[in-house]
Design a protein around this ligand. Structure first.
Ligand code: AHR
Length: 506
């Protein structure tokens, strides 16, 4: 198979918001307890945070983490998670049928964020609660001093305000499963009033309304239209979520998932623009894709065996949704990140869901090791080398049709120009199950000095995963398949592979 990729230096899409490379931590399964927090682990620091896990996360140069949920937030009282740990109440969490001790809470999360150089993104409960809880947590977190809630924070040992800028107003409120599920009218009105109150405190906050849980929801995309009509002037982002499955082991179809993803993003962008026009507004609402990932390896089994059972003992931090990801999942993640880069004019925040142990980028063993899942690596490369301006690529290559999409290009690509470093990086996925692909690059006005790095992810066994017994089964490998001869770049990318190419420019 042959392909051609053309790039022109000035043909950029947008400057990338680094927060598209974010992640998500929920009080679900072993994400927090035994994940990032395990005070009696040999690697725990003075706060009980696992240093081995922090290292894997800081290696990602992780820009932001959304917390504390997810479905968890819709019946969560934030006040339970502050103050002396021994006085915090243990609660039953209705979303995941578990017992939450609140040992790790709001202030611990902020301390953890400061230590890992992560910007916090905090989600508030609009399932069972509303304006009052929202204005109080905001005062607790962000007001310097001299009021009830800010002085309480100081009493709790946090003199400086947390200064949280990004707030998610509710989670997946379109879903029947959500505690306090609402209609678009109820939710849109509530968000508008909550956002108005929060802005009275600080007009510079970045506020996120929950769009559809996925594009198969019966209310999509009318949900987006209506909630935006209520809240357009008071919010900044609309959140989208999407989880992918490959139960049937249909590689062609699974790897074409970014085509419907593109439609999902384009439709919501169109809906934003429709409401913007209707409101005669100059303001641009952007997309926060704040939950996304493959999720299927453990889902059915655990939903049946665990969540649907009437548990009398609500366990603390049971192992839930501990997916172990294979090469196909890794390639899918590569194509999703490419889609975000290629839509960086509208997608400004993205959170891979989730970060540790639950549908994870990183897995841990209690009292034992931690290791990256294979999906960690495309996020790593994009986060480290995908900062700058995204380039409008022209990709000419053979296409195929799958059960979910037509005109699927075998070669999926994105590229980012970093003017400060004088570098350009290409992120390429070969979706073909059968063929390698000979790619010629037409780099027009780029004057390429040298190849800084070229790394590939693939494996003979496409279903192998990184497990505790074999944590390095899938790892990026240095390669030499990319050639630069007389300013002409070319490569021969094997079937079912992810390739990152970093170029130094003159
Ligand atoms: O990430 C797991 C769950 O998926 C989240 O709690 C919820 O928002 C989504 O349905």
């Amino acid at each position: 198979m042959k392909a051609n990729i053309t790039a022109v230096k000035d043909f950029t899409i947008s400057t990338i918001d680094k927060r598209i490379y974010g992640s998500f931590l929920e009080h679900l399964g072993r994400a927090i307890y035994e994940g990032i927090y395990e005070p009696d682990h040999p690697e725990a620091d003075e706060n009980g945070f696992r240093k081995d896990v922090m290292k894997l996360i800081t290696d990602l140069n992780m820009p932001t983490v959304r917390y504390p949920g997810g479905n968890y937030i819709s019946s969560f009282n934030w006040e339970d998670s502050i103050g002396p740990i021994e006085e915090r109440p243990t609660r039953l969490d209705l979303a995941w049928k578990t017992r939450e001790t609140n040992e790790f809470g709001l202030n611990e999360f902020i301390t953890w964020c400061r230590k890992t150089n992560i910007e916090p993104m905090y989600a508030i409960n609009l399932g069972t609660r509303g304006i009052d809880a929202a204005r109080n947590i905001l005062e607790y977190c962000n007001h310097p001093s001299g009021s009830y809630w800010s002085d309480l924070r100081i009493k709790h040992g946090y003199k400086e305000p947390h200064d949280i800028k990004m707030w998610c107003l509710g989670n997946e409120m379109d879903g029947e499963w959500q505690v306090g599920h609402k209609t678009a009218t109820e939710y849109g009105r509530l968000v508008h009033e909550v956002a108005k109150s929060m802005r009275k405190f600080d007009s510079s906050l970045e506020l996120i309304i929950a769009g559809s849980s996925n594009e198969a929801m019966p209310t999509y995309p009318d949900w987006e239209r209506e909630i935006l009509e209520h809240s357009y002037d008071s919010i900044d982002y609309i959140a989208l979520h999407k989880y992918w499955t490959n139960y049937e082991k249909n590689t062609n179809s699974y790897l074409s998932s970014s085509v419907p993803l593109q439609e999902y993003i384009s439709t919501v962008e169109g809906t934003i623009n429709y409401v913007k026009a209707k409101k005669r507004s100059k303001k641009q609402i952007n997309i926060s894709f704040d939950e996304w990932n493959p999720w299927y390896h453990t889902r059915d089994m655990q939903t049946q065996n665990y969540l649907d059972k009437n548990l009398s003992d609500w366990p603390k931090a049971p192992p839930l949704y501990e997916d172990m990801y294979n090469i196909l999942d890794t390639l899918l993640v590569g194509t999703v990140l490419n889609t975000f880069i290629n839509n960086s004019h509208i997608v400004k925040i993205g959170c891979m869901a989730q970060l540790v142990n639950v549908i994870p980028a990183i897995s841990t063993v209690k009292q034992g090791i931690s290791w990256p899942q294979s999906i960690y690596y495309p996020l790593y490369f994009a986060s480290l080398y995908g900062r700058g301006d995204s380039l409008q690529l022209k990709v000419d290559c053979p296409k195929y049709s799958s059960e979910i999409a037509d005109d699927v290009k075998y070669i999926d690509a994105s590229a980012v120009l970093n003017k400060e470093k004088n570098e350009v990086s290409f992120f390429i996925v070969n979706r073909s199950e059968n063929d390698n692909c000979n790619i010629d690059f037409d780099l027009k006005d780029f004057n390429v000095d040298s190849i800084i790095d070229q790394q590939i992810i693939n494996n003979e066994d496409i279903y192998v995963a990184n497990t505790k017994d074999n944590p390095n089964a899938i790892k990026p490998k240095k390669t030499s398949i990319v050639k630069l001869i007389d300013n002409q770049l070319s490569t021969d990318i094997p079937k079912l592979s992810y390739l990152v190419i970093r170029l130094k420019l003159n």
